[in-house]
Design a protein around this ligand. Sequence first.
Ligand code: PLP
Length: 405
Amino acid sequence: MELNIGQIRRDFPILTQKVFGKPLIYLDNAATTQKPLSVIRKIEDIYSTINANVHRGIHHLSQLATESHEEARKTVQRYINAASPGEIIFTSGTTDSINLVAHSFCRSQCKPGDEIIITTMEHHSNIVPWQIQRDISGIEIKVAPLRENGEICLEDVEELISSKTRLIAIAHVSNVLGTINPVAGIIQLAHDYNIPVLVDAAQSIQHLPVDVQALDCDFLAFSAHKMYGPTGVGVLYGKERLLEKMPPYRAGGEMIAHVSFEKTTFNELPYKFEAGTPDYVGSAALGKAIRYIENLGLDKIHRYEDRLLQYATDRLLQIEGIQIIGTSPHKSSVISFLVGGIHPYDMGMLLDQLGIALRTGHHCAQPLMDALGIEGTLRASFAFYNTEEEIDILVEGIGKVVKMF
Ligand code: PLP
């Protein structure tokens, strides 16, 4: 049986809202997704019943809160098929996860002149942390180029590999182009040279099955809020063998084994990387979001979203003067586009008046915009609660705006 979209939409209270008197059409899912009631209720439930700081108290509530937090870790472990819960580090999101690796990996594994490879299509959060490490650790950053249709090719990555390459950090799916990068091939290639790979899964974890052991990636980063979970919590997966070699990123409570003024020893994985009170409410709500996705089935989600992508692409291409940015045959449900000479910001504002929420701008990928020779785009990004009818209204809306110009 395929997804029952009517029923799914009823799980998301926000979708029944009107904006400027029009039914909300939410097509900004790559920025953040909406939350189902089960996730919203989980947050309320924890604060109403078991709220207490985790890992610290022997009292009943603290035990329950700790169990809930650790259960969520196991849910994440199962979802991405990590080998052990110790490989799941709760962070505040993808950005925090990548910063953790950049800081801790470079500090312990890199010397001046060593190289990190990224790609032209990276989000700022997979560029700037490396630039900061360039200043601190003296690493060099090499950038794999973009092919015509918005793809990254294995050969181009291989050409950048040298004896100084220490890590490759790449987005699984581009938040601008929608391109699904050939990460499995890149990981295999990198491992031939003994180079670990960090996968930024911010835009894939909610759309595609991600099995870290099958992929054999060394690090994987993602955010709960882009996968129907709460804001402020995310995950860094790392292979135990690598995490063991890396020093703590932040310091304070939780991450220590013993502290004296002379010397501190650090906690075991994953706590070594989780300084301070963790977001144990967020982690439990993330666990709920994962179970929501699992109940629908990622295969069904992927099939349905792919159909939306094809439908939207076909319908948008009927608009005169439209240019779709990113035309790889391997795409997730993200479409960036420009229409004639209309500034994306103007188009976005006018569509907003029609109740249609799209993203406009550089999408935190300014170097990609530079490579494409544009300032920004409009971006429609779809989730499983979107419909073909909403896409029809979007296309109609764009038509109305074009007539106004
Ligand atoms: N990486 C990619 C590909 C993204 O699309 C985003 C957010 O849009 C991020 C990283 C950063 O995610 P967050 O802001 O949740 O840390």
